[in-house]
Design a protein around this ligand. Structure first.
Ligand code: FAD
Length: 562
């Protein structure tokens, strides 16, 4: 873990560097030229310059040994600047991940030290033209080369698609099928038979290099098989999903806030119909405040997961999936709303929100699409529902009720309503075997993400009220404001779970109304829609308060609410 002061300094240097080297005009020009600023990426990764990659490398190999929380902070900071450049730095981290997780001590020493000392750029080569979300369909092969009954090396054949840093990396981790299953290999640029395609002409993150790779009989020594044992590739990849998904979650969060932080000052100055847009409730309560709430729900989920990973609770793949899902979807919504918030100006290149909107689009696609996140979340929590005979989310609800008893006003009461409704919906889906419909299964993933994020945000608001927030955590909002943000989000979560849950439980019934009427009426009562509607009381005042805080009008609103 990095000391808070060091982290703060790193974030400050990053900002300073971006201010000098990547001002808006430069980013707009790079985006228009579809150019990855290689010199800047190298500068960021050079140990004697910014040295960002040092944060990711364990101390014993010359790095700073950053934990998940540190990595989240840095990723959010990079995403606020430019998601394309951030992706280039991320690619080195992803590329070296199989090594950090699964390599032999000698391999770690060699490659991680080289990243730390030489600023080596890596790329992560998993995806193929016909193997995207389903990596099991991998077709790249690694055939053993045997001499005197000893495996001395491998010949790799196949192709990789959409590889970040594909055209600029110094070294690559490549996933290929050995006779014993998928395995990672380290392949250096320049290896015979290894070629890189031209940069892809992309919708967004145009400052990041993305290229296809072709491997035609590429020979590597046996020492390049990560971990020295075949067939460990998918396990090594999965071992860090929680961690790597948090990084992309932080990208969604950073980019979403970068867009909002342009819309907010713009709307404070833009006069229409005689007053600033920021003073129009129909504007702020649609375009700004709900996005603040969703982004901060994503942040709460990221921070909680990061703290748990740092505390040694394992890789937390499902929690990482929830954080990624919420933060990247929220980032997309916030960036889209920011274009709307700037009107015609938002639709032009000059005001940046248009670029941010294109850039953040990737975050719901790479490192696992949103649909794959929904499936991952749903399947895992479904098992918990079954194992506990339907108690799992009622238990989470009770924890929130206890929190609400200690901390009224942090949104825990509405979060509890969301959890109770969720438990009832899951139970009805189980009884009706409705998860045989993939749509129901995936929607459940979304409702789980909303409910769990509501719980995380309520806990974060309570911790802030107690002055126990992580020292490295964002302190943008004070305790009262964060509590209002939490109440707004928890109300949305509860309503979403109950209304959409009822909709799809009913929608998935195949039988005639007579067969289901009684059951649906019972479910309607069980999800407690009435209580969820009642919990919306005060929503407008909370949104007014958050709008005032966001626009620096806090004192007036806080006094009113008090
Ligand atoms: C700019 C960019 C950079 C990237 N960088 C890297 C990198 O560095 N390294 C790397 O290895 N990969 C990288 N990728 C690949 C990325 O991880 C994949 O694009 C992603 O995993 C999705 O795979 P796919 O594109 O084949 O889409 P598909 O898997 O074909 O998915 C297409 C759509 O179908 C949905 N879908 C897929 N399966 C299911 C299912 N079972 N049920 C329901 N819906 C489903 C998906 O959610 C998606 O909406 C990058 C991609 C891009 C665009």
């Amino acid at each position: 873990m990095i000391p808070p002061k060091t982290l703060k300094l790193s974030l400050k240097s990053l900002k300073e560097f971006a201010r000098k080297r990547l001002p808006d005009q430069e980013l707009i020009a790079l985006d228009a030229r579809d150019e990855c600023p290689l010199e800047i990426v190298r500068h960021m990764c050079s140990p004697d310059k910014l040295g960002i990659q040092l944060l990711f490398i364990p101390e014993e190999y010359g790095g700073l040994g950053g934990g998940a929380f540190d990595v989240y902070c840095i990723c959010e900071g990079m995403a606020r600047i430019d998601l394309g450049v951030a992706t280039s730095v991320l690619a080195t981290f992803l590329g070296s991940d199989p090594i950090t997780m699964g390599a032999t001590p000698e391999q770690k020493k060699l490659w991680l030290s080289r990243i730390a000392e030489e600023g080596l750029l890596f790329a992560y080569g998993a995806t193929e033209p016909d193997a995207g979300s389903d990596l099991g369909a991998l077709q790249t092969t690694a055939d053993r080369v045997v001499e005197n009954d000893i495996i001395v090396g491998y010949r790799i054949n196949g192709s990789k698609q959409w590889i970040s840093n594909g055209g600029i990396a110094d070294a690559y981790t490549i996933l290929a099928n050995t006779p014993s299953g998928p395995s990672w290999f380290i392949v250096e640029r320049g290896a015979r038979g290894f070629s890189q395609g031209k940069p892809e002409d992309k919708h967004g993150i145009r400052t990041s290099n993305t290229a296809a790779l072709s491997l035609a009989d590429v020979y590597v020594d046996a020492g390049r098989l990560v971990g020295g044992v075949e067939g460990q590739g998918l396990l090594q990849a999965q071992a860090v999903f929680g961690y790597t998904r948090l990084m992309v979650a932080a990208f969604g969060l950073g980019a979403g806030w970068a867009a909002l932080d342009r819309a907010i000052p713009y709307s404070a100055k833009r006069i229409q119909a005689g007053s600033p847009l920021s003073e129009k409730q129909g504007y702020t309560h649609k375009l700004i405040v709900p996005n603040v709430a969703r982004l901060e729900a994503g942040r709460a989920s990221i921070e909680e997961t990061a703290e748990r990973i740092d505390a040694g609770e394992g890789s937390l793949n499902t929690e990482g999936a929830i954080a990624k899902y919420m933060s990247t979807e929220a980032g997309n919504l916030a960036a889209d709303a920011s274009i709307q918030a700037l009107g015609g100006y938002g639709y032009t290149h000059e005001y940046m929100v248009e670029k941010i909107r294109r850039d953040v689009r990737i975050t719901t696609i790479y490192e696992g699409t949103s649909e794959i996140m929904e499936m991952t979340i749903s399947r895992d929590r479904w098992q918990l529902h079954l194992k506990t005979r339907g108690r799992h989310y009622h238990d989470r609800a009770r924890e929130c009720e206890e929190l609400a008893a200690r901390h009224a006003g942090v949104g825990a009461g509405s979060a509890a309503l969301a959890f109770h409704a969720l438990a009832e919906i899951l139970e009805r889906a189980r009884a009706g075997r409705l998860t045989r419909y993939q749509h129901v299964l995936l929607r459940i993933g979304e409702w789980i993400a909303y409910s769990e994020c509501a719980g995380s945000l309520a806990r974060r608001a309570a911790r802030q009220a107690e002055g126990r927030l992580n020292e490295k955590a964002s302190q943008r909002f004070d305790a009262a404001s964060l509590a209002a943000i939490s109440r707004i989000f928890a109300r949305e979560a509860a309503l979403k779970v109950a209304q959409e849950g009822l909709r799809w439980i009913a929608g998935a019934q195949a039988g005639g109304p007579a067969a289901t009427d009684g059951e649906l009426a019972a479910l309607e009562a069980a999800v407690n829609l009435t209580a969820i509607y009642r919990a919306q009381v005060g929503l407008m005042a909370d949104m007014d308060l958050v709008a005032d805080v966001v626009y620096g009008r806090a004192v007036k609103a806080a006094a009113q609410v008090a």
